[in-house]
Design a protein around this ligand. Structure first.
Ligand code: OXD
Ligand code: MN
Length: 596
C-alpha cells in the first residue's frame, strides 16, 4: 500500500523499524470508514474483539487484554533522557543507547507473520496551532481502532505536517505480552516513544499518556507552554457567559465525572450548564491577549467503567452507547451487551467475567476483587462527539481561555472542601504538594497516600523541580492575566469513614464559588493555607446538609496542617538543591502562618 506521505524523516523511520521487526506487510491507516470496518471484521474473525448487540450498542465491541496486562505499569515506565539528572528523582531512568539496544533486541523479528499498521495522528484539532503530530506503528488492530477514537487519524494529518521533522515517533510491539519484558519508554530529546510487551490502553495508545503528557510536558518546557493532567470544562451562567476551568486530580479521583457534571436541578432551572472540553489532558499556551488558552489534545474518552452509571455520570454513560470499545468489562450473554460493578443493581445471571470465564453473581463479594465481573480498571473508549455536553469549542483549534486552575486529591482529613491560593506562586506550591490515595488505575498497592505534584507524578517527562520552575516562569509571563489557582477536596470523611460532601453534580456549588472569586464577586476568609469560603457563600439550596456540617469541612485544623507542612518538607527533600527557592519560601510562609 502506498505511503500517505513523502516526508523523508517518516519514511526512513518506518523502513528502519520494518527492517527490525520484519512484518509480513505494512498498512497505512488513512482514516477511512471502509478500512476501519474491514479491520473490525478482521478482529472479530480472529477473536481479538467481540461484536456486541448492534441494536442496543451500535458500532460497539468488547476486547479482553491478557490478565497480566490490565493497567499502566509505572515501575516499567522509563524516561530515557541523555542524563539521569534530566529525568529527575521521580522517574525511572535508563541511558537511551542502552535502552534502545535492549528494546530493539526484544522487538526484533516480532512482527513476523503480522501486519505493521502505520497510524498518522494529530493530538488536537488537525492544523490547530496548539496541536502536534505523531505517527504510531503497531502490530495491534485494537490499538489502531482505539487510536482512531482517541486521536484524529488519517491522511489529512500528513498533509498538514508536510516535510516537517516535528512529529513524535511512537513505536509499539505486542511481542509476547511478557510482563518481565514489558517496557514503556520515552526518549524526550528524540521525540520518541517505544512500548513493548503490552496491549493495555495506557501503555499502548501512545498518543495519550506517553506523548500528550510525558513527551509533551518536555516539549512544553522547551517551547514555553504547558501539558497537564487536567480536565477542561466550561461553566455557562444564565446570561449565557461561559468561563473555563482546568482541573488536575490524580488518576481515578473523578476527573471524568467533574468534566461532565450535571448541575443540581435548581441551578439547571436557572439556566446553568456545564460543557465538556476534555476529561484527562490539557495543552495550554499563552494567547495573543496574554491569557492562558487550553485545548484537549484527545478526541475521545478512555474512561474507567466501574462506578459509571446514569447517576454518577449520565453523560459518560451516554457517550458509550455507540461506536465504543469496551475493555475488560463483563460480557452479558443474555443480550450480548456489557456490564460492570456499579452500572446498576441487575447482576447478570448469564455472563462471562472480564477474563472470559463464566461468572457466578451469587459469589459476588464487594470486598473480594477476584469475584468481580469487570476488572476494577476496565475501560470504555468512547468518541468525544457522543458526549451530550461536549462543548461547541471542543473541535476549534484556538482553545478556550482558562479562568481558574483547580487542584485536588483524595485526602480524607486535611484539605478543606475548597480554598483559593494567595497568589500564583502559592498555587504552584499547593500543586507541588498535592497528595492522594492510590487507586486501581495503576498497577500496585491500592489505598496508600502518595504525593502527586499537579497529578503529574507518573507523567512528567523531565526533572520535576524544573517542572515546578516552569510553572513559576509561566506565572511570571502571565502576570495579572494568570488564572486563579484553587484546591478542592471532595473526599473529606467523618469518623465512620463516610464522605461528608455529596460530590458529583453538587460539586457545581463549589465551581460557582470559584468563578465568583475569579470575578471578584465572592468574599472569603484568609487562613494560614489560603482563602476559604464564607460558609454562607456556598449555596446549599435543596441539599440535605446544614451549615454546621459545611463549616466543618471548611475548617483548617492547625495540628493537621503542621503535620502536613512537615510531610511537605520531607517530600521536598527528594528534589535537593534543584527545588525552586520560591517553593521553600512558600513552605516557610505556611509554617509561619500556622504558628501565628
Ligand atoms: C488515566 C490515568 O487517565 O491513569 O487512565 O490517569
Ligand atoms: Mn489520567
Amino acid at each position: 500500500m502506498a505511503a500517505l506521505t513523502t516526508n523523508k524523516s517518516i519514511l526512513d523511520w518506518i523502513d528502519e523499524k520494518a527492517a527490525l521487526v520484519k512484518p509480513d506487510q505494512i498498512v497505512w491507516i488513512d482514516g477511512s470508514q471502509e478500512q476501519l470496518e474491514a479491520l473490525r471484521a478482521e478482529a472479530v474473525a480472529t477473536g481479538e474483539m467481540i461484536k456486541l448487540n448492534q441494536e442496543k450498542l451500535p458500532g460497539c465491541y468488547l476486547h479482553r487484554t491478557n490478565p497480566n496486562d490490565v493497567a499502566r505499569v509505572e515501575d516499567r515506565t522509563f524516561i530515557c533522557s541523555k542524563t539521569k539528572e534530566n529525568a529527575g528523582p521521580t522517574n525511572n531512568w535508563c541511558d537511551p543507547e542502552e535502552m534502545y539496544a535492549k528494546l530493539y533486541d526484544i522487538a526484533r523479528d516480532s512482527y513476523k507473520g503480522r501486519t505493521m499498521y502505520v497510524i498518522p495522528f494529530s493530538m488536537g484539532p488537525i492544523g490547530s496551532p496548539l496541536a502536534k503530530v505523531g505517527v504510531e506503528i503497531t502490530d495491534s488492530i485494537y490499538v489502531v481502532l482505539n487510536m482512531d477514537i482517541m486521536t484524529r487519524v488519517g491522511k489529512e494529518v500528513m498533509d498538514v505536517l508536510g516535510d516537517s521533522n516535528d512529529w513524535v515517533r511512537c513505536f509499539h510491539a505486542k511481542c509476547d505480552i511478557d510482563p518481565e519484558k514489558r517496557y514503556i519508554c520515552q526518549f524526550p530529546e528524540d521525540n520518541a516513544i517505544i512500548s513493548v510487551n503490552s496491549g493495555y490502553g495506557g501503555n499502548v495508545l501512545l498518543g495519550k499518556k506517553c506523548f500528550a503528557l510525558r513527551i509533551a510536558s518536555y516539549q512544553g518546557w522547551k517551547e514555553g507552554w504547558m501539558a497537564e493532567h487536567m480536565l477542561i470544562l466550561g461553566l455557562e451562567n444564565p446570561q449565557g457567559e461561559v468561563k473555563y476551568i482546568a482541573a488536575a486530580f490524580p488518576s481515578a479521583c473523578g476527573k471524568t465525572n467533574l468534566a461532565m457534571l450535571i448541575p443540581p436541578a435548581y441551578l439547571k432551572e436557572k439556566g446553568y450548564k456545564v460543557w465538556t472540553i476534555g476529561d484527562d489532558i490539557a495543552w495550554m499556551r499563552i494567547g495573543k491577549d496574554g491569557r492562558l488558552y487550553a485545548i484537549n489534545p484527545e478526541n475521545g474518552f478512555f474512561g474507567v467503567a466501574p462506578g459509571t452509571n446514569a447517576k454518577s455520570n449520565f453523560n459518560a454513560l451516554e457517550s458509550t452507547k455507540k461506536n465504543t470499545i469496551f475493555t475488560n468489562v463483563l460480557h452479558n450473554l443474555e443480550d450480548n451487551t456489557v456490564w460492570w460493578e456499579g452500572l446498576n443493581k441487575d447482576l447478570p445471571t448469564n455472563a462471562n467475567d472480564w477474563i472470559g470465564r463464566p461468572w457466578d453473581p451469587s459469589k459476588f463479594d464487594k470486598a473480594d476483587k477476584s469475584t468481580y465481573g469487570a476488572n476494577p480498571n476496565s475501560r470504555f473508549t468512547a468518541p468525544a462527539v457522543n458526549c451530550p455536553c461536549i462543548s461547541p469549542e471542543f473541535d476549534k483549534g484556538e482553545g478556550v481561555p482558562i479562568s481558574a486552575i483547580v487542584f485536588g486529591g483524595r485526602r480524607a482529613k486535611c484539605a478543606p472542601l475548597v480554598y483559593q491560593s494567595k497568589s500564583w506562586e502559592n498555587g504552584v506550591f499547593i500543586g507541588s504538594a498535592m497528595a492522594s490515595e492510590t487507586t486501581a488505575a495503576a498497577a500496585g498497592a491500592v489505598g496508600v497516600v502518595r504525593r502527586d505534584p499537579m497529578a503529574m507524578l507518573p507523567f512528567c517527562g523531565y526533572h520535576m523541580a524544573d517542572y515546578f520552575q516552569h510553572w513559576l516562569d509561566m506565572g511570571e509571563k502571565l502576570g495579572d492575566k494568570a488564572p486563579k489557582i484553587f484546591n478542592v477536596n471532595w473526599f473529606r470523611t467523618d469518623d465512620e469513614g463516610n464522605f461528608i460532601w455529596p460530590g458529583f453534580g453538587d460539586n457545581m456549588r463549589v465551581l460557582n464559588w470559584i468563578i465568583d472569586r475569579c470575578e471578584g464577586k465572592a468574599d472569603a476568609t484568609e487562613t494560614a493555607i489560603g482563602y476559604v469560603p464564607k460558609p454562607e457563600d456556598i449555596d446549599l439550596t435543596d441539599l440535605d446538609m446544614d451549615i454546621e456540617t459545611l463549616k466543618d469541612i471548611l475548617t483548617v485544623d492547625k495540628e493537621t496542617w503542621e503535620k502536613e507542612a512537615a510531610e511537605i518538607e520531607e517530600h521536598y527533600k527528594k528534589f535537593g538543591d534543584k527545588l525552586p527557592e520560591e517553593l521553600r519560601t512558600q513552605l516557610a510562609n505556611l509554617k509561619a502562618n500556622l504558628a501565628k
